[in-house]
Design a protein around this ligand. Structure first.
Ligand code: KMH
Ligand code: ZN
Length: 274
């Protein structure tokens, strides 16, 4: 089995002032999308920034980013519906107006460092059904073991998502949420309901490498990128997201699970042809 590598290049948390190499402009986003595709990524998880490099859910800017990445690459374009912890729920639903291939859908409220990342059941249900209607393939983000149960509740209430597959991503190592340890990840994998067809994992900060290695060894897929981790190795800050993608691709290839092509990934996730 090959490996689906997703890159999350920007996120909503790092400040541009602290991490100047963060791709926050459209040009830089397209450049990083190209280099990450060449390095082995098949999907990109996008958060965008405004002219002041602040996180934004402006639908016009989101649409421009989706169009530009589609024009420059064959990557599956996944928009974050998580946004930042400060984004109102109604703005997060409007993300689908930008017509991405895929969207993230976090399966419950969670501690998020000093903040709380809100995902009440009504919001998740509305987003789930909207994604079905718009023919957008969701990726279910699981920050906590309880989120696995919340995912089952959504599937039982609304049926399978558009595309007919159920792909989940464990986001581990967020301070106050599920730890980024092999034991916690494998506990989550053991709980997955039968409808889940594939899983990936990411580890925040220093949990990045152990979670990447665990996911690859256990038959999962990988998410990497500066949204989650800006340190390549001790004393070495990531300069370009493709460094993280290339390392994941090398590890996956050594483990006889080379990176999935974008064409394979589209079929694998049931992405709509556009
Ligand atoms: N920025 C976090 C509050 C997602 O993209 O869907 C939420 C997040 C999850 O990153
Ligand atoms: Zn995100």
């Amino acid at each position: 089995m090959s490996t689906l590598i997703t890159v999350a290049p920007t996120g909503a948390e790092h400040a541009k002032a602290d991490v100047p190499q963060l791709p926050t402009t459209l040009d830089k986003l397209v450049e990083t999308a190209r280099s990450c595709e060449a390095a082995g990524a098949a999907m990109i998880h996008l958060h965008i920034r405004d002219a002041e490099h602040r996180p934004t859910l402006d639908v016009g800017l989101l649409t421009a980013a989706v169009d530009a990445v589609r024009e420059a690459t064959d990557l599956i374009v996944q928009l974050s519906t998580g946004g930042s912890v400060h984004d109102p729920l109604e703005n997060r639903l409007k993300v689908l107006d930008a017509a991405p291939d895929s969207c993230s859908l976090t399966c419950g409220t969670t501690n998020f460092g000093d903040d709380v990342f809100m995902n009440p059941h009504g919001f998740m249900s509305e987003l789930y059904v909207l994604a079905q209607e718009r023919e957008v393939v969701p990726e279910f983000e699981l920050f906590e073991l309880g989120h696995v149960a919340a995912l089952s509740r959504l599937i039982n209430a609304h049926g399978l998502p558009y595309g007919g597959t159920v792909h989940v991503d464990f986001v581990t190592g967020v301070p106050g949420a599920m730890p980024g340890t092999p034991a916690a990840l494998m506990a989550g994998v053991a709980m997955l309901p039968p409808e889940v067809t594939s899983w990936s994992a990411t580890g925040i900060g220093r949990t990045h490498l152990p979670i990447l290695a665990t996911a690859l060894a256990a038959g999962g897929h990988a998410r990497v990128g500066m949204e989650d981790n800006i340190v390549y190795a001790k004393g070495q800050i990531v300069q370009d997201n493709s460094e993280l993608v290339a390392r994941a691709a090398r590890l996956a290839t050594e483990l006889q699970r080379p990176p999935m092509t974008t064409t394979e990934a589209r079929a694998f996730l049931g992405i709509k042809a556009r």
